[in-house]
Design a protein around this ligand. Sequence first.
Ligand code: NCD
Length: 317
Amino acid sequence: MRKHLLSIDDLSADDMQTIFETAAEMHDVQRRDVKKLPALRGRTVINLFFEDSTRTRSSFEIAGKWLSADVINLSAKGSSASKGESLRDTVLTVTAMGVDGLVIRHSASGAAQQVSEWVSCPIINAGDGTHEHPTQALLDAYTLQRTLGSLEGRHVAIVGDLTHSRVFRSNVKSLVKLGAQVTAVAPPTLMPSGVATWSKEAGFTTAYDLDEVLAGAHGSVDAVMMLRVQRERMSGAYFPSAREYTVGYGLTRERLGTLREGAPILHPGPMNRGLEIAADAADAAQSVILDQVSAGVAVRMSVLYHLLAGPTEGVTP
Ligand code: NCD
């Protein structure tokens, strides 16, 4: 495994399975009354969040704490970044205090990579602009593997605002690496530019008609991943109205009825209920949205463990 986790490109399929195996052990710890493991005792991790977050930040915080690391949260609001300090100065300042790992979320694509060139400790990318969100893709694949068994030959439809989604970019890479077939579905305005060449190189297919995809036009669908319409990243109108988006691309109650029984429904959150996903689908028995959240802690514990403790150091779970 490489020193940093900046992109799914940093991991081989074997690395991912190693992360999942440790995560499964961590998942058992999560269900205990006493959740602390001593693996990262004496280590300090800083969560540096320049963008809003509920689950990713708290999940990294819990993960670090359950491994006995000291975890410090810094956000742009409330830090000197809001006084005009540069990213480089902020990062050099916090690492000068002697941190062992930095988890970073930033609105600029490539920020995590840039930071990794400035400091010597391991960097974990918790989302950089519209580029990547590797731990999200890992927890998604982990959740899918637990629900479907091996992902080899399984067909996953990823639906929604693909243009703005780092979750999509990381998931395409991880799912394809694990042998899954991916169909990316979006309205033409939310399909990333250059997708024709990219999809050929990366080995996924694209479609504009969600109903055709769910009806099996690209092979029967084993899982659906709905992605949020990211209004905060949109500068213009990408679709005529919310209603039209839902009619064309929402996982509505009607579409829920067309899914294979038990086919898992995923969403990284936060959800726009009623826009890209109906309450009936979000709360359906086959929804694994909350399983994703709980897997998030286990997978992040595993990632922190592998990057900061190393397999031979520390205490095995
Ligand atoms: C995602 C993100 O921030 O990229 N959320 C998350 O990490 N759970 C997806 C999103 O914001 O829609």
